[in-house]
Design a protein around this ligand. Structure first.
Ligand code: BES
Ligand code: MN
Ligand code: ZN
Length: 506
């Protein structure tokens, strides 16, 4: 889809030729003397429209307005959240119409903050997105172009450009997450990462079994050994700052299908376990966005990718394996495989002397029970990191919620046969999983995002959400801002900043 931002007053909007006009109507809107304002004022006065988010009024061939269709959409106080609601409501109707070009008018909102612009762009992409890779004919999505109209470009333009980068990241994450497991094998996932290496400042390596054996990743290998599909360990680098600058490391769980292994899962909804690589997809998506926006920061992405299958070669309950850290692990439940692939990569992450390590994983059903589909679970051993991530989540409408890490939660992981077991009892399952990971998060600042409830939707609207790409990107861009204010820019840094500008197409 094509996005464009334009400065247009309400009276100019009336004379724009477009298939549909979506006009966001805030509470207490200052009326103008153009036909659009007259229409809105009339509809509000008669009670046929309310300026509340989700309230709509559609009109066709209106007097004095060139656009064919007009959708007035209440937006309340025009908060980013309400903007999302208003655009989702208005655009879902248009999605099934013949409209190809839509103009979204934000001009009635005064002092439009950057977060509102981003919310508008992301919401448009959300409603228009359609998966089509494994359909025989492409899905006939008619909407092709969104033109966004604002009063003032000074702050809207940079926010808009950032949002375009974010949308590209979200859409890449959704694409790979939505692909069925036979179209998104570890090898294909590594191929997707390699594609990213064509973009500026991105380097990608992908390691196979031999190399991972040499590293001693016994826990990761143990999960992969049940499948005929070879494992991949994908290492991405985004080099936006000086080499000496410590990177943020993102680790994405990349189980391309989770059957549960010998501790096999029930049949109902097992298809959804193709989404067990949503952590990995979010890392790929974040790198896509970084490539677009070119911030001056270093980021490393690490993806352990494999299938979790039952077979004559699969791990069995009670097997003990040796992790890269040297700690031995008793695998009491082969379905708790995510923590096994992640623990070795946490150990590996230390070699980057990272500023922070964030793992992103569809780790536990227990986290879905605890937090549902609204907030991701956030666990961290570091206060400033936890606070930055929580803030980034709220600001980007991709929220998370801090969960505890008291040592008592690790009691259930004790075993007579190894240093640690991979499961504790049922109680507090999201926390005990995080406690397992924490043992491997050496000396660095670490956070774990359990996205089991937020990364995809089930039911009729089954599909990936692209979360937590918005949270991760917001956090990373915030790190650049923090760095900039911490030290004055050096000459080298200033030179680095004059690199390819972001293009405006998604
Ligand atoms: N990928 C699943 C977690 C999951 C389950 C996410 C359902 C979303 C919906 C993970 O590998 C898993 O199977 N976890 C087990 C852990 C248990 C065996 C301790 C779970 O949550 O049941
Ligand atoms: Mn599992
Ligand atoms: Zn899993």
């Amino acid at each position: 889809m094509d996005f464009e931002l334009k400065k247009l007053t309400r009276s100019l909007i009336c004379s724009e030729k477009t298939d549909a006009l979506v006009v966001l109507i805030p509470e207490g809107m200052t009326p103008g003397d153009d036909p659009l304002s007259t229409l809105a004022a009339l509809a509000l006065k008669s009670g046929d429209l309310e300026a509340k988010p989700g309230k709509l009024l559609s009109a066709y061939r209106c007097e004095g307005i060139v656009a064919t269709r007009v959708v007035l959409s209440g937006v309340g106080d025009a908060s980013p959240k309400n903007i999302r609601t208003a655009i989702n409501a208005a655009m879902s109707g248009l999605k099934t119409s013949n409209a190809q070009r839509v103009m979204v008018c934000l001009s009635a909102i005064e002092n439009l903050p950057p977060a509102a612009v981003r919310a508008a762009v992301v919401a448009c992409s959300e409603t228009v997105y359609a998966y089509s890779t494994t359909k025989s004919k492409p899905v006939p999505g008619k909407l092709q172009r969104v033109l966004m109209a604002v009063n003032d470009l000074t702050s809207a333009q940079p926010a808009f450009d950032k949002a375009i980068g974010l949308v590209k990241g979200i859409e890449l994450a959704k694409e790979w997450a939505n692909r069925p497991a036979n179209h998104a094998t570890p090898t294909l996932l590594a191929g997707a990462a390699k594609e990213l290496a064509k973009l500026p400042r991105i380097k990608v390596e992908s390691l196979g079994l031999k190399e991972v054996e040499k590293l001693g990743m016994g826990a990761f290998i143990a999960v992969a050994q049940g499948s005929a599909e070879p494992l991949r360990f994908i290492v991405l680098r985004y080099e936006g700052a000086a080499k000496a600058e410590a990177p943020v490391v993102l680790i994405g769980k990349g189980i391309t299908f989770d059957t549960g292994g010998i501790s096999i899962k029930p049949a109902a909804e097992m298809d959804e376990m193709k989404f067990d690589m949503c952590g990995a997809a979010s890392v790929l998506g974040t790198f896509r966005a970084l490539a677009e926006l070119q911030p001056s920061i270093n980021v490393v992405g690490l993806i352990p990718a494999c299938e979790n299958m039952p077979s004559e070669r699969a791990i069995k309950p009670g097997d003990v394996v040796t992790s890269m850290s040297g700690q031995t692990i008793e695998i009491l439940n082969t379905d708790a495989e995510g923590r096994l692939v992640l623990c070795d990569v946490l150990t590996y992450a230390a070699r980057f002397k990272p500023k922070a390590v964030i793992d992103i994983a569809t780790l536990t059903g227990a986290c879905v029970v605890a937090l549902g589909a609204v907030r991701s679970g956030l666990f961290s051993n570091n206060e400033p990191l936890a606070e930055s991530l929580a803030k980034a989540g709220d600001a980007s409408l991709d929220p998370c919620w801090r969960m505890p890490l008291d040592d008592e939660y690790a009691d259930g992981l004790k075993t007579n046969f190894a240093d640690v077991a991979n499961v504790a009892g049922r109680a507090g399952g999201a926390v005990t999983a995080a406690k397992f990971l924490q043992r491997f998060a050496g000396e660095f600042a670490w956070a774990h995002l359990d996205i089991a409830g937020t990364a995809w939707k089930g039911g009729a609207a089954k599909g990936a959400t692209g979360r937590p790409v918005p949270l991760l990107l917001e956090y990373l861009l915030g790190q650049v801002a923090a760095e900039m204010s911490a030290k004055p820019p050096s000459k080298a840094r200033l030179a680095k900043r004059s690199t390819p500008a972001a293009k405006t197409q998604a």
